[in-house]
Design a protein around this ligand. Structure first.
Ligand SMILES: [Zn+2]
Length: 410
């Protein structure tokens, strides 16, 4: 009761100076500035920062899906231009296509605009700009408020934590995925809380009170089934971080509210396979360091891409050959690091070698066997060394000749 009184006083003071207080959020037209202000205050309230009078509303704009796609295309990587023709794919894109992690027939436009198909809005830290994508048709104010709340969480994160600081020390694709998953997870967490509040007030359909723990307990059921998509690399890296990041931060929220969420950012999980596992799982066991010997580039080629992709991409690859889909998930849970190298020559021909390390020899063997039995086994070679599965592919038949496999050890 004492807590109630203290809270009421605080809220009264906030109302007097025009701050958030008990927010009175209602479904509204997110293109209007009064609606944007309302959602903005609801986000500040949910994140426990409505006391801050210097928290500025970011700039907002609305674009069509075509405009968004054109912007993505302008930023998309491209390889060298061919005389009188379009740009070639960059080496990474070519290599991912060889492994079927990207649809080999995907055009540069389709690749660039992949995110435009899924995104409802986005935030650009460099410009502190929230952009909502207007797809025309009927508007759903409840859904739009939720989307805007998510983007305003990103604006608040940028102000509180600075994206540049969060990205400091990130030196692999895997680590970048973890940072992104935490950022997206917080967006999902608070948009879900705000949506739950609207529903409980009966403003967004007569849904019974939402069980937050259940929503954020997004285990297998909320993870998108990548087997439905022809470019599982894009889908995994664009979408898995949302439910998995939200679940991870949900544990912090359950323990200590918005402060618990903030604490869960530091130290951050070591790799994205960690986000794929429930907390306190057997997978927390530290592993001995492992590495594969660095091979010389094949003659006429130079190494152009080095990466360590992590669990999300290991899962994307497993979905190509292991069925049904939960088998791919289980396989990727045992992922324990990877080395991905692309070599290219003057004619922009590409070779790719990828070493996947697992927590058990059985998991490495399982994936190797499934690859050999699948149609991809004809174009993707593999070699098993204990708990390491190495795969390689080339755009040129016989390019590997009698090239040895790297020797890997712990
Ligand atoms: Zn987001």
């Amino acid at each position: 009761m004492m807590r109630h009184v203290a809270l009421a006083l605080t809220l009264g003071m906030l109302a007097a100076i025009g701050c958030a207080g008990e927010n009175t959020l209602e479904p509204c037209d997110v293109r209007r500035s009064d609606c944007q202000q309302q959602v903005f205050l609801a986000v500040a309230d949910a994140r426990g920062s409505s006391w801050d009078p210097w928290f500025p509303l970011p700039t907002m704009r609305v674009v069509t899906e075509e405009q968004y796609c054109a912007e993505l295309l302008a930023q998309a990587p491209s390889g060298p231009a061919t005389p009188g023709g379009p740009n070639q794919p960059d080496d990474l894109t070519s290599a991912l296509k060889l492994l079927h992690l990207l649809d080999p027939n995907e055009t540069r436009e389709e690749g660039a605009c992949h995110n435009a198909v899924f995104a409802a809005a986005y935030y650009v830290p460099a410009r502190q700009l929230v952009t909502v994508i207007d797809r025309g048709g009927e508007t759903d104010q409840c859904g739009d408020v939720r989307t805007l709340a998510h983007e305003l969480v990103h604006a608040a994160q940028d102000r509180d934590l600075h994206f540049k600081t969060l990205n400091r020390g990130v030196d692999s694709f895997d680590e970048q995925q973890v940072v992104d998953a935490l950022l997206e997870g917080e967006g999902v967490l608070y948009e879900t809380l705000i949506d739950a509040k609207l529903r409980e007030q009966g403003r967004c359909g007569a849904t019974p009170p939402i069980d937050l723990a259940q929503v954020l307990g997004a285990t297998r059921d909320n993870v998108v089934d990548l087997t439905r998509f022809p470019s599982p690399f894009r889908t995994a890296t664009a979408l898995l971080g949302y439910p998995l990041g939200a679940r991870y931060l949900g544990y912090g929220y359950e323990a200590a509210g918005s402060l618990g969420v903030r604490r869960a950012f530091e130290p951050r999980p070591e790799g994205d396979v960690r986000l794929m596992n429930e907390q306190h799982s057997e997978y927390d066991r530290p592993l001995p360091a492992w590495s594969c010997a660095t091979l010389n580039a094949p003659e006429g080629y130079r190494a152009s891409v080095f990466a360590s992709f992590g669990g999300f991409v290991a899962y994307a690859f497993a979905t190509l050959v292991l069925t049904p889909e939960p088998a791919a998930w289980d396989n990727a849970l045992a992922s324990a690091g990877d080395d991905f190298v692309v070599y290219s020559n003057a004619a922009h021909e590409v070779l790719v070698e990828w070493s996947l390390h697992f927590r058990s020899e059985q998991r490495a063997e399982e994936l190797g066997r499934a690859l050999a039995e699948s149609p991809l086994g004809a174009s993707i070679e593999h070699s098993l060394q204990g708990d390491v599965l190495q795969v390689r592919a080339s755009s040129q038949p016989h390019a590997f000749g009698d090239r040895a496999w790297a020797s890997c050890s712990e």
